[in-house]
Structure formats: structure tokens, C-alpha cells
Design a protein around this ligand. Structure first.
Ligand code: PBG
Length: 337
């Protein structure tokens, strides 16, 4: 005889958690290799992959090595990569003119990857930060105290057409200038690239989590600080309504996919955009999110494999249809079991 009578409960949710089999049946979110987009860094030359101190396991790669990595990613079921060039500082100037060179590093990288692994979707960033000495995403106004919106947009539209010509599947404007998605869409269409898509960094916040990335592409060094202020164009982390406005504008202007960035600290934004938009939603688990898990794991304070999985599961559960993450390859390997 039990020494107590059972509680009179209409519902006992724990019945659905009793066994692994039942838990599997009621599982709502499942991660697959196809959910991930791998961001990759490319440099000139034929050197060995260069490690990035604050991003263990992430490298700046020569084009040859980049192609090799892309083959491996595709074989593991990763459907897409996002390419970021790191330029030698001597190639940078205040206007970011190297962004419009016909033979720019990123364009050669795109051609090499698309030739070697045609089925892999290639996405490139449209913004001037890898190319400017000041590290901003656009060109500055005459007084030098702000980024000139419209002049930047006209450069970015030309940049997007060059990328389309090199064969990218999607251009990803990450600059947060007003009106750039519409301008890029019109320029692509006028140049005959109606099939080239736009992944808009729509809700991109002025985040301190981009620090390691800025080391990786050298924009922090160019600017003399990891904490480069981009507050006049990137969103205030305090604001949610504004993120929805940006996502709606980008969709109206022709974005095929809208993005939220960073991801983990902005799950509420991912959910709001998912609910408000009929576009697929991408989320970018940025360099600082990656770095913090690695740092804690190195100290023995967190389990890397489990927190990695959980961090990405949370982003998908929040509503992301696809996730840019430096963990893409590790996840694809882990999910294969
Ligand atoms: C710049 C750009 C940034 C990232 C992607 N594109 C950084 C920035 O805005 O300074 C950050 C990605 C990351 O931190 O992983 N256009």
C-alpha cells in the first residue's frame, strides 16, 4: 500500500518524458546538417591555414585550402558557405576601393569554389569593412564622423553585381544602410542576374559579440579597436520594434531571406521576425558566441559538445530556418554519429 494517495491530476506531463522512445516521439525541434551555413575566411597566397586566436578551430585559408574545406563540408551535407575575405592592410583605403576590383580575392574564391563544388550554395558579404582603413562598412561623410548612406549604397550595388558575375548564389548585404536591398535588387536585375538571391542582414545589432570576427578579417586592427562604434547604422541592442521595421522593409525591397544577428542573445527577435515575416529567417551565431563556449570549455566550466548543440537547438526552436555558425562542420560530424 502506498503511504499516500495519488494526486488527482488531469494532466501529468512527465508521462511524455518517461523513456527515450517517448521523448523522441514528442521532440519538436531536430537539428540536421542541412540547417547550417559555414562562414569561412579566405586570404591571399598559398600559405598554411592561419589560426585565429579567439576562434579555436577557425582558420583563414588560401583559396586552394578553402576549396578543399568546401568539398569536405558538402560531403558532410552542409548546403552553404558564407565567404569573408581578409585583405592585406596595404590594399585598404578610406574608400574601400579594393571592393570593386575585378580580380578581388573574394571573387577569385567564389569562382574557385563554384567550379570545384557547383552544388554548394555560395553566399558573400556585401559591405566595405574588409576593405576600408577605418573598418566601417561604408564610406565616410565629408566631415568623417558618419557613414554616408547613399554613396555607400551606390558602391555596394556595383559590388553585388561583381559578386553575381563571379557566380554567387546569394549576396548578403551586411552593412545596414537604408535602401540597399532595393538598390541591389534593381542592379542585379538590370545586369541580368534575376536568379541571384539576396540574404539581407536585416536585424543586425551593434553588438560587442563581433570582436573575434573583427580580428579574423582585420577590421579591428585597421580601426585600432575591437569595439568600433557602428551605432549610427547597426541596430540598438535595446530595440525590438526597430528590428521588425528593418525586416519588413528588406522584405518589401526584395530580400529573399531575412537575417537576425547575433543569434543566441537575440532569440526574442528571431521569434518576432519569424512570426511577422513570410520569408525564410536566417540567424547568425556570431564569433563571440562561438568564442565564449570555447573559452568556458577550455577552462573546464562547460561541456563544449553539449552546449554547442543546445545553443543551436535554441536558435532553431526560436524560429530560425537556417543558421550561420562556426560550428557547422563540427555539428555535421557530430550529427552523423
Ligand atoms: C561586417 C560583418 C561583421 C560580421 C559579419 N559581417 C562584423 C561587423 O559588423 O563589424 C560579424 C560576424 C561575426 O562576429 O561572426 N559587415
Amino acid at each position: 500500500m502506498p503511504d499516500h494517495s495519488p494526486l488527482d491530476l488531469a494532466r501529468r506531463p512527465r508521462r511524455l518524458r518517461r523513456t527515450p522512445a517517448v521523448r523522441a516521439l514528442v521532440e519538436e525541434t531536430v537539428l540536421r546538417p542541412q540547417d547550417f551555413i559555414a562562414p569561412l575566411f579566405v586570404v591571399e597566397g598559398k600559405g598554411k591555414p592561419e589560426p585565429i586566436a579567439s576562434m579555436p578551430g577557425v582558420f583563414r585559408r588560401s583559396i586552394t585550402d578553402l576549396v578543399k574545406e568546401c568539398r569536405e563540408l558538402a560531403a558532410l551535407g552542409i548546403p552553404a558557405v558564407a565567404l569573408f575575405p581578409k585583405l592585406d592592410s596595404r590594399r585598404k583605403d578610406a574608400e574601400g576601393t579594393a571592393a570593386l576590383h575585378e580580380d578581388a580575392l573574394v571573387l577569385r574564391a567564389v569562382r574557385a569554389v563554384k567550379t570545384a563544388v557547383p552544388g554548394l550554395t555560395v553566399i558573400t558579404d556585401i559591405a566595405l569593412d574588409p576593405y576600408t582603413t577605418h573598418g566601417h562598412d561604408g564610406v565616410l561623410t565629408r566631415t568623417g564622423d558618419d557613414v554616408d548612406n547613399d554613396r555607400t549604397v551606390s558602391i555596394l550595388t556595383r559590388m553585388a553585381v561583381l559578386h553575381a558575375r563571379a557566380g554567387v548564389d546569394f549576396v548578403a548585404p551586411s552593412d545596414m544602410m537604408d535602401g540597399r536591398v532595393g538598390a541591389i535588387r534593381r542592379a542585379l536585375d538590370a545586369a541580368g542576374f534575376t536568379h541571384t538571391g539576396i540574404v539581407a542582414y536585416s536585424a543586425k545589432f551593434a553588438s560587442a559579440y563581433y570582436g573575434p570576427f573583427r580580428e579574423a578579417v582585420g577590421s579591428a586592427k585597421a580601426a585600432g579597436t575591437h569595439l568600433l562604434g557602428k551605432d549610427t547604422y547597426q541596430l540598438n541592442p535595446a530595440n525590438r520594434r526597430e528590428a521588425l521595421v528593418e525586416a519588413a522593409l528588406d522584405a518589401q525591397e526584395g530580400a529573399d531571406i531575412v537575417m537576425v544577428k547575433p543569434a543566441g542573445p537575440y532569440l526574442d527577435i528571431i521569434r518576432e521576425v519569424r512570426n511577422a515575416s513570410d520569408r525564410p529567417v536566417a540567424a547568425y551565431q556570431v564569433s563571440g558566441e562561438y568564442a565564449q563556449l570555447h573559452a568556458a570549455a577550455k577552462l573546464g566550466w562547460l561541456d563544449l559538445a553539449r552546449t554547442r548543440h543546445e545553443s543551436l537547438l535554441a536558435i532553431k526552436r526560436a524560429g530560425a530556418d537556417m543558421i550561420l555558425t562556426y560550428f557547422a562542420k563540427d555539428m555535421a560530424v557530430a550529427l552523423r554519429g
